[in-house]
Design a protein around this ligand. Structure first.
Ligand code: B12
Length: 434
């Protein structure tokens, strides 16, 4: 009798500890699950075959409960091809880190990624790119990229037992305004990934020397407190787009939270409410929110059992057609471009666009009307078009400058390719420091 009871208890505990086990804690319930499947499908359909494959998308699909193994395998193959062709020259350190996590989550060895009869060791490459980041900090005071990517780097190197000193990593991710603030605002996204990275350091590999252990505890406590300070009454943490990563960070650092400090289910329901409104229609936004809906984190990538995955996410072959509305009425907005750092120009124009247009369309119309004042350039990033220059004035990472998007004086939480403008809105693109 006693033995049976103990066996049952051990069984239940194992189920609880297994990712995807019975006890889901703060995850969607069965009734809410169609919302997650919907998000997964939209993310898959939105994959643009002409753009580089996106490791964040495969990573999040691998962390989901339901799977379409054919699509996942296809994505993995495309990622491997891209990595073999471009990683050495064209990937930033954080992109290599995301590729590593996506490969690991697919039970494929990131140290031996093969395609077109070439093989690349992504862990070795990340070790090199990470060194280059540290060197840039030593020379210019800033990393080549940012502390979000440095945190991704530490996370990926830690998960794969790459060359990384926990003592140096804990010094790198220590509390500092310059590391964790972007444009005067605490970056919840950056802090969240830094928490995941340091929880990994605490829990993987050799036991840490007491001094390093203490330093990491202090770092994580500071980050967790800062993340919690950004929690709004409605459960959103930072903004809606940082909430998924914040949920991951808080869910792996429960020992740092005072009882009642965070109501995970409240945050989860707030996020679920946003899904039908199209808030996560950008595939990157969807990929960053998805794991938290399934109570999974980027730390789970090493624990996934690929042979146990159900192949239970069928997709119809025809992609859903994007909604079209014929001949929408026109709206007018004011558009300003300003160099607020050197005060060299400040130009405004009134622009008419069809209702439902995005910010980017306004920029294009203004450019067509008066290229001498409103010309601009952009690069295609995983989030969409990233504005890099206006009137020839280039953003520069080493100077921490960027082109900030604002509406009625308030910075936007979406990019030019996603933000839908309204009639009479005052839009601005402003040269700023972060
Ligand atoms: C660092 C960062 C920045 C830096 C980028 C420069 C640098 N030093 O690296 C700065 C501070 C300049 C910045 C600016 C902006 N950012 Co930003 N940024 C981030 C952050 C924290 C990390 C990005 C990263 O390195 N990812 C990892 C690498 C491997 O992926 P990547 O795709 O190669 O990264 C590049 C692009 O993402 C690009 N980028 C950064 N931010 C944005 C935003 C948009 C809309 C686009 C298209 C591209 C882009 O810069 C990255 C480095 O080259 C993310 C957080 C997150 N959750 O992803 C927010 C994030 C992507 N940014 C965001 C936003 C809204 C912006 C701005 C539009 C803010 C504004 N009002 O002006 C501007 C972009 C305006 C423009 N010029 O087009 C949102 C996007 C949400 C959404 N739904 O679109 C995020 C998710 C933050 C948030 N929670 O609100 N950002």
């Amino acid at each position: 009798m006693m033995r049976t009871l103990v066996t049952m208890l051990v069984g239940l505990l194992l189920l609880y500890l297994t990712p995807g086990g019975l006890c889901q804690g703060c995850a969607v319930n069965e009734a809410e699950h169609p919302l997650v499947r919907d998000l997964q499908k939209k993310m898959i359909y939105s994959v643009d075959a002409s753009a580089p494959p996106n490791p964040s998308i495969l990573l999040s699909l691998r962390l989901a409960q339901d799977h379409n193994m054919h699509i996942e395998q296809d994505m993995l193959n495309k990622l491997s091809q891209d990595a073999v062709q471009r990683a050495v020259v064209s990937f930033s350190s954080g992109q290599v880190a995301l590729h590593i996590l996506a490969q690991q989550a697919s039970c494929s060895d990131p140290r031996r990624v093969s395609a077109n009869s070439s093989t690349i060791n992504l862990v070795h490459l990340l070790e090199q790119k990470f060194q280059a980041e540290l060197q840039n900090i030593a020379i210019h005071g800033n990393p080549l990229t940012n502390f979000y990517q440095l945190s991704l780097d530490v996370l990926a190197l830690c998960q794969l037992n790459g060359r990384l000193s926990p003592a140096n990593a804990s010094a790198l991710l220590s509390p500092d305004h310059k590391k964790y603030y972007l444009g005067g605002q605490f970056s919840v996204d950056t802090a969240a990934v830094a928490v995941l990275a340091q929880i990994c350091l605490q829990t993987r590999g050799q036991p840490l020397p007491p001094k390093v252990h203490k330093k990491i505890r202090q770092n994580v406590q500071w980050l967790v407190d800062k993340i919690l300070a950004k929690k709004r009454r409605d459960g959103v943490i930072g903004n809606i787009y940082s909430t998924g990563l914040a949920m991951q960070a808080l869910s792996v650092s429960s020992s740092y939270l005072k009882p009642g400090a965070w109501n995970c289910l409240q945050t989860l329901h707030r996020v679920l409410d946003e899904i039908p409104q199209g808030t996560f229609k950008n595939p990157m936004a969807a990929s960053q929110i998805l794991p938290s809906l399934e109570n999974r984190t980027y730390l789970d990538v090493s624990r996934l059992n690929c042979s146990m995955n159900p192949d239970n996410l069928p997709l119809s072959t025809a992609r859903p057609a994007p909604p079209t509305s014929c001949c929408p009425p026109s709206i007018s907005v004011t558009y300003t471009v300003a160099d607020s750092l050197n005060n060299t120009f400040n130009n405004s124009i009134s622009v008419t666009v069809p209702q439902g247009s995005v910010f980017f369309k306004v920029m294009e119309v203004a450019q067509d009307k008066d290229p001498s004042k409103f010309s601009f350039t952009y690069t295609q990033s995983s989030w969409g078009p990233y504005i890099t220059s206006v009137q020839g004035l280039q953003a520069d990472n080493n100077q921490r400058t960027y082109w900030q998007l604002l509406s009625n004086g308030i910075p936007l939480s979406q990019g030019a390719g996603d933000y839908v403008v309204s009639n009479s809105e005052r839009l601005e693109v402003k040269f700023s420091v972060y």
